[in-house]
Ligand binder design. Structure first.
Ligand code: PLP
Length: 350
């Protein structure tokens, strides 16, 4: 039997199952979800015939393109943006050549590098959680095929300026590399680098419906870029990659910008509440600009995460890497949800 050695040798840790039985602050979804009356209304459109038909994404893609102010030719949808990441790395990565990311960052990037035989070149954060853009620039060489920037990054939520992104895009262009700008946390953080994707023929932007849009279970991501690059991305697709339920909810959601605004405001209030409580209780924390906050518990972070899970049925994200081993990443929700979290934390971290 032939077994692809890249697939055989990639170490994998899959997400926890059974999370419905927990209060989830660990995966940066909007765990509280969309308003119930909206969900009930959309559900009425889901009939046996609707589920029986293969998905036709173009109607949604046209609406989405219009929503963000680009043309249909500039967008394509994927089965979650993690699928988008794989597609971009497959399309623009060259086996044996390099992909530059910061580290730590969203781990699917190095996982996909490993699965696809691409060489991951991580640029490490400094001890004070800053990242050197100069070091990112210096790491881009003639061997680089892809450079990845998340804005904000996750788990460490630093931001980039227009000038910094401009320099990275220009340097990548010099060596013939693509730049992926991952905006999974857009809407929590308003600024966008969309114009870089439209004005350059080496930049692709990623968005997802899993975070503010609150339908992580429906798996829908979007790739945005020049029509030429999007054409290449589409060339790699299977016949059907998105699903009818995700496309339906996403489309109806775009028809209700007031719901999107409500979600933004609810999360903002929740984050402000959480940060005020953490400050009052003397915690070190970092606003990561997305729907997550890093905090340093007063006792061992892994013990606190374990006690939260076992005693309070609360899930948070703890880390093994040296830089973050004493931190927890906590997903932000409504004020009510943050009140529940802070009470649980204070109980186990006395
Ligand atoms: C930065 C970033 N990009 C992409 C994703 C993937 O999102 P999804 O595959 O649910 O669309 C995540 C999820 O946590 C993320 O943090």
């Amino acid at each position: 039997m032939y077994l692809n050695p890249n697939i055989q040798n990639t170490p994998r840790v899959f997400p926890k199952q059974g999370r419905a039985a927990y209060h989830c602050y660990d995966a940066n979804e909007n765990a509280e979800g969309l308003p119930l009356d909206f969900v009930e209304e959309v559900k009425k459109e889901i009939t046996p015939e609707f589920l029986a038909r293969y998905p036709e994404p173009d109607h949604f893609l046209k609406k989405y393109a219009n929503y963000i102010g680009v043309d249909f030719e500039n967008v394509y949808g994927t089965n979650g943006s993690d699928h988008g990441i794989r597609v971009l790395l497959e399309t623009f990565g060259e086996p044996g050549k390099e992909v530059v990311t910061v580290s730590p960052t969203f781990e699917i990037y190095w996982v996909c590098c490993s699965l696809l035989g691409l060489v991951h070149k991580p640029v490490m954060y400094n001890r004070d959680f800053t990242i050197s853009v100069q070091q990112i620039l210096d790491t881009i060489t003639s061997n680089t095929r892809i450079v990845v920037l998340l804005n904000p990054n996750s788990p460490i939520g630093n931001l980039y300026s227009d000038e910094e992104v401009g320099k990275v895009v220009a340097r990548a262009k010099e060596v013939g590399a693509i730049v992926i700008l991952d905006e999974a946390y857009h809407y929590f953080y308003e600024k966008t680098f969309l114009k870089f994707a439209l004005e350059n023929d080496n930049v692709l932007l990623l968005r997802t419906f899993s975070k503010l849009m609150s339908i992580a279970g429906c798996r829908l991501g979007v790739v945005v870029g020049s029509s030429q690059l999007v054409h290449y991305v589409k060339n790699s697709r299977l016949a059907y990659e998105m699903n009818v339920v995700g496309l339906l909810f996403a489309e109806r959601l775009l028809e209700h910008p007031e719901i999107i605004q409500h979600l933004i405001e609810k999360e903002k209030a929740g984050k402000n509440f959480l940060m005020k409580q953490l400050a009052e209780q003397g915690y070190w924390f970092m606003d990561c600009h997305g729907n997550y906050v890093l905090l340093r518990p007063k006792h061992d972070a892994h013990q606190i995460a374990k006690r939260l899970e076992e005693e309070k049925r609360v899930l948070v994200h703890a880390y093994g890497n040296e830089l973050m081993k004493d931190l927890l990443r906590v997903t932000v929700g409504s004020e009510e949800s943050m009140n529940f979290f802070i009470n649980a934390l204070l109980d186990v971290d006395k």
